[in-house]
Design a protein around this ligand. Sequence first.
Ligand code: AMP
Ligand code: ZN
Length: 142
Amino acid sequence: MKDCNCIFCKIADGEIPSATIYEDEDFRVILDLGPATRGHALLIPKDHYPDLFELEDEAAAKILVRAKRIAARMKKALGADGFNLVQNNGEAAGQTVFHFHMHLIPRYREDHAGILWEPQKTTAEELEEVKTLIQGYQEDNG
Ligand code: AMP
Ligand code: ZN
C-alpha cells in the first residue's frame, strides 16, 4: 500500500523528519508547516490512500475516532476556543498532497483563519433538483 514517491508516506514512515505529536501503528500526527492557526496538525494514515474515495471503510472508521481523541487533547492543551476538522479531496477542493490526511485545526476567538465559506444563495427548485440527483444515484452502498 506504500507509494514510494509520496511525501506523506515518507513522513508517516519517519523517513522524512516531522514535528510528530502522536504516533501508533496506523497513524502519525504532525504539525503542519504552513499552519492556519497555532497548533494546526495533520492526521496521516501510514497506509497510502490517495483520497477519501480510495479509503477502506475500516481505516475511515479508525480515522474519526483518532481525530476525535487528538482534537480533544489539542483543544485542552492549547486552550483553543473551537476546532475544525477539514479534509480536502481533489484539486478543486484544495487538495495539494495526494495521500489522504485530515487537518486538525484549533480555533481561537478572533483568529481570522480563512477556513469557513461565504454562504451562497439557492432556491427551492435547486434544492429539489440536487436532492433528486443524489437520492436517485444508486451505484454503491453509500
Ligand atoms: P491539502 O492541501 O489538504 O492537501 O493539505 C496539505 C497540507 O500539508 C498543507 O496544509 C501543507 O502546509 C502541509 N504540508 C505539506 N508538506 C508538509 C511537510 N513536509 N510537513 C508538514 N506539513 C506539510
Ligand atoms: Zn502516500
